[in-house]
Design a protein around this ligand. Structure first.
Ligand code: NAD
Ligand code: ZN
Length: 369
């Protein structure tokens, strides 16, 4: 049955988000409808509103959601009404060469589900009946959303849904960048640039991996305070530094084994590469604008065997990794409660985005009644 839902919609680049009443249609074959309980506000949602990530508008935002299945479409065998699920902003077909070789984060189908469901259509319409795109096959910043099962991961029913939502982007992306992409070894020295919802989790990933040195870098002192709470051993504010890279190389005993760029700026990617020791690896997690470039000394790749790589969705295998992250949370080895600085009613969504711009939260989370 179609549902009316309050939803956060971006209609025009550079304009504040709007909260609208939309219509969410019943699931088609292979799809499920979810009643959302919570959705985190990620910088990627903000980047969709300001053009850093080009998105065809209008688009229902949200890709960090958790809720309960209220309707299943034909052909759905793995889910029933009442299942607790989180969204996966990467659609996993299970059949392409990437899914088949253990890299579902690079699934070919995900590219087709960039702003629609994987079949290229949407189940979302505005009050005038016009179709609304959905962020990365999700569009879960809404009271209801219909997603393909390939964008859904089942979770245990006793896991609190507001904490579970965070796993589906910020936590998986940040922790996975350290544990899956970089495979940080115990005793390593690491530097994390940017201590927002993603960077704080990269710090947690370094802690879980047993890194000995974790230097957090952020232009906000409040974020550096949070970074210490999440396990950073040192903090540096670039504002007070004449030569940031030199300072960081010193703090890491001559250069870091691993560095993580969690902002999305080519200039910082170059810093992340610059702080590495010989043989080190810099992991780019932030999503830069389409015209942003970075420059590195080419010969250092050869002579110093440094690696510059990217990490999408924490190189996750979501159906394996999400339960592991939940297990770490339950074992008190992963902080989730502390990530939620503030919760918002959906009508306060514009404020949640403004607070993200101002850097006020580790994560802001929209809660649905
Ligand atoms: P956020 O806004 O919560 O955090 C960004 C942090 O960077 C802030 O604390 C800010 O103070 C800091 N910062 C900004 N400019 C800086 C500079 N020049 N030097 C040092 N610190 C600086 O954002 P977030 O939600 O944590 O997302 C971070 C990035 O990760 C974004 O680009 C987002 O699009 C991207 N992202 C990537 C993936 C992925 O799969 N790779 C997934 C989710 C988000
Ligand atoms: Zn995100």
């Amino acid at each position: 049955m179609s549902q009316q839902a309050r939803a956060v919609v971006a209609r025009e680049v550079g304009k504040p988000v709007a909260v609208e009443t939309i219509v969410v249609e019943s699931p088609h074959h292979g799809e499920v409808m979810i009643k959302l309980a919570a959705c985190g506000v990620c910088h990627s949602d903000l980047s969709a509103t300001n053009g850093t990530i080009p998105f065809p508008m209008p688009v229902v935002l949200g890709h960090e959601g958790a809720g309960v299945i209220v309707e299943v479409g034909a052909g759905v065998t793995d889910y029933v009404v009442g299942d607790h699920v989180v969204s996966s902003f990467v659609s996993m077909c299970g059949k392409c060469r990437y899914c088949q070789t253990g890299r579902p984060q690079l699934c070919d189908q995900a590219a087709k589900a960039g702003y629609t469901l994987p079949d290229g259509t949407v189940r979302t319409r505005d009050a005038a009946g016009n179709p609304l795109n959905v962020f990365s096959g999700c569009g879960v910043m809404a009271e209801y959303a219909t997603l393909h099962c390939d964008n859904v991961v089942k979770i245990a029913p006793d896991m609190p849904l507001d904490k579970a939502a965070l796993i589906s982007c910020g936590v998986m992306t940040g922790v996975g960048a350290a544990t899956n992409t970089a495979k940080v070894e115990a005793g390593s020295s690491t530097v994390v640039f940017g201590c927002g919802g993603v960077g704080l989790n990269a710090i947690q990933g370094c802690v879980i991996s047993g890194a000995a040195v974790i230097v957090a870098v952020d232009t906000s002192d409040a974020k550096l305070e949070m970074a210490r709470q999440f396990g950073a051993t040192h903090t540096v504010n670039p504002k007070g530094e004449e030569n940031l890279v030199k300072t960081l190389r010193k703090l890491t005993g001559g250069g870091a084994d691993y560095s993580f760029e969690c902002i999305g700026l080519g200039e910082v990617v170059a810093q992340a590469y610059g702080v590495l020791r010989k043989g080190g690896t810099a992991v780019v997690v932030g999503v830069a604008g389409p015209k942003d470039m970075t420059t590195i000394r080419t010969s250092s790749l050869t002579f110093e065997e440094k690696t510059l790589t990217g990490s999408y969705f924490g190189s996750a295998q979501p159906r394996q990794d999400f339960p592991r992250l939940i297990a770490l949370y339950r074992a008190k080895k992963l902080k989730l409660d502390e990530l939620i600085t503030r919760t918002y009613h959906i009508d306060e969504a514009p404020q949640a985005f403004e607070d993200l711009v101002q850097g006020r939260n580790a994560r802001g989370v929209i809660l649905f009644d």
